[in-house]
Design a protein. Structure first.
Length: 265
């Protein structure tokens, strides 16, 4: 009597798994556009409001030639890209059992997050474009030209991607949509304990000290250099390093949470 070998699912390969997860995430993003649009409208709105209400005051108290519009544009980019992720969709996958079913397949476990992050990368890059266009309409241009604009966008995109690890970690750890929605609150200290509205030399006391330890301070400095002064290699390098440090922390939390969920299945 012949014995039959059990049929085992064949691995599709890392690249195929990655593209499948990313494409599904992009399709869901397109259907869930109402979750993304407010993340773009709010930064554009505050850019207009901040310029309209603060430009005369700030420029009147700083040396002649200071361009508050260019100073504010990086802030709007950072607000536009921070918190963009498919963590909300991941929570739904956790709750309805789709993630558990995926874990029964031979899909590469790391692609469950990397695929989502690839989709995030595309959305984050897209979110930057309207902000830069609005800046151009307002008369903001780059001292470093078109190449500087591309580096400027790369800094913003790198930060947006670096931050995605936090909502994914919360989604995988808690499976709670409310907790994921509140993940953006983690950004508030980064957003306001920094040089969002005035140069650091104008800040005093504990706020100036906190700005020294805030990675967003270095992001804004690098981006503003590209806009306002020229190719400042040290500032640009520090901006990318700030994103790299944030990515190391957030990705570690996210992939640790993923391993924890996989281990319990």
């Amino acid at each position: 009597m012949s014995t039959q070998q059990p049929l085992l699912a064949r691995r599709a390969g890392f690249a195929r798994d990655l593209s499948s997860i990313a494409l599904r995430a992009l399709r869901l993003t397109r259907r869930d556009a109402e979750a993304v649009i407010p993340g773009l409208v709010v930064p554009l709105f505050f850019l207009m409001i901040n310029i309209g209400s603060l430009q005369s005051f700030v420029e009147g108290n700083l040396p002649a030639g200071f361009d508050f519009k260019a100073f504010q544009l990086p802030v709007s980019i950072i607000f536009a890209v921070t918190g963009i992720s498919r963590a909300g969709s991941l929570v739904i996958d956790v709750q309805d059992g789709y993630l558990d079913r995926l874990l029964l397949t031979p899909v590469s476990r790391s692609t469950l997050l990397l695929g989502l992050m690839m989709a995030d990368l595309a959305v984050i890059a897209l979110m930057c474009v309207p902000v830069v266009i609005l800046g151009a309409v307002l008369g903001v241009w780059f001292e470093t030209g078109v190449l500087g604009m591309l580096v400027f966008l790369a800094i913003g995109i790198s930060w947006g991607l670096a931050f995605t690890g936090f909502p994914y970690a919360i989604a995988l750890k808690t499976g709670n949509p409310i907790a994921v929605n509140n993940a953006f609150l983690l950004f508030f200290p980064f957003a306001f304990l920094t040089t969002a509205y005035v140069p650091q030399e104008q800040m005093t006391g504990w706020l100036a000290t906190m700005a020294d330890w805030n990675p967003v301070t270095y992001l804004l400095a690098g981006m503003r250099a590209l806009l306002m002064t020229g190719w400042d290699g040290a500032a640009i390098l520090q901006a990318f390093l700030a994103s790299a440090v944030m990515a190391a922390i957030s990705f570690t939390l996210a992939f640790t949470a993923l391993r924890g969920r996989v281990r319990h299945k």
